[in-house]
Every structure is written in C-alpha cells, then in structure tokens.
Write a protein that binds this ligand. Structure first.
Ligand code: ZN
Length: 191
C-alpha cells in the first residue's frame, strides 16, 4: 500500500473505533494529537524503508532510513510482526505515560490512536499480494484473503482507483450513519 492509502485508512479506522468505543473524557488538544497520532502510527511500520515521509521530518533522517534499511535488509520484517507490534506498544506506553503532561494530553487516548494507526497499516498490508510476516523471524507471510492472487497489488490501478476512493466513500457513509455518536465525542471537548 502507498503512504496515501495508509493515511486515509488509518483515519477511517480511528473514526470507526471512536464511534464504537467513545472516550469518557476528551479535550481539544488530545483530539488533535490523536488524529495526527493515528497518521504517524500508520507510517511507523514502513520506517524500515528509506523513502518514508517520517524520516524526512527528522534531521539526517534520510541517512538514518538508509542505515535502517540495510539493517533490516528487506522491507516488511520486524515492524510488520507481532513482536514488533508488542515492542512498539510497550515503548510508546512507557514514553507517553512518562513524558506527556496528562493535564493537557491524555496519554491513554493518544497511545490507543497511534496503535489504531499502526494496526490499520498491518491490516492494509495484509490485503496486498506480499502479505505480512506476522510471525517474523519465521518467514511465513499472512494475507487476506489467504489466496494470494485475490489480493491487491501495491500502487497499481486497483489501489489508486478502487481502494483509495473506497476508503473515503466508506468514511463519508460511516460519518453519516454515526453522526450522533461522533457529535457526542466532539461535545466532550467543550468546543
Ligand atoms: Zn507496510
């Protein structure tokens, strides 16, 4: 999947989860950071490639990306596995609860949002031909549907003209159906 599809899919997943599992409390800053967080979460798994947008945001990031790519040898390994998911969760949990000022930002909601973005990335990649190595270091790739031929080719017309617009159509439809729940969430911020 391309970064653009991952962005849109992460946002759609965040909105969906929020409607079904609305937060108890939410301030505006947490809401804004959560939306950005889901997007960042969706880009983290591909940080094993040098072309990742996140690397461009960091000083000397491009070189770091190149070095990491050499370490990981090929794209879609540790970051797309269960070990990687648990590790990133534990690291983020530690960092966010330790360093975020919880008077302004809710670390639990932000952690959940980043992980929704992250998991949405793994799910989206599972829909592609390559699949995801969930049990890395075992080299078994999992995909949905299990038959490889039925899965999506990354960056090809089906992704660009069917999957990507499809995510937005889903989002518009979903927001209409769940308007009241979503408005309720906005009301929590007091805006
Ligand atoms: Zn990926």
């Amino acid at each position: 999947m391309t970064a653009r599809t991952h962005d849109a899919f992460a946002f759609a997943c965040l909105v969906t989860v929020a409607a079904f599992f609305p937060p108890q409390n939410l301030n505006l800053a947490t809401l804004v950071v959560s939306v950005i967080g889901a997007d960042i979460g969706a880009l983290i798994p591909d940080m094993d490639g040098a072309g990742n947008r996140l690397w461009d945001l960091l000083p000397a990031g491009h070189n770091m990306g190149k070095i990491l790519r050499r370490i990981f040898y090929k794209h879609r390994t540790l970051t797309h596995s269960i070990i990687g998911i648990v590790a990133i969760y534990k690291i983020l949990e530690w960092v966010l609860f330790k360093y975020l000022n919880s008077t302004f930002l809710d670390p639990g909601i932000i952690l959940a949002s980043i992980m929704i973005g992250y998991l949405s990335h793994i799910l989206a990649d599972a829909l592609t031909e390559e699949g995801v190595p969930l049990l890395f270091p075992l080299s078994i790739n999992f995909g949905l549907p299990p038959i490889k031929k039925w899965r999506i080719k990354t960056g090809k017309w089906f992704e660009n003209f069917v999957v990507y617009p499809g995510v937005w159509i889903y989002l518009i439809w979903f927001v209409q159906i769940h308007q009241s729940e979503l408005i309720q969430i906005f009301r929590l911020t007091g805006v």
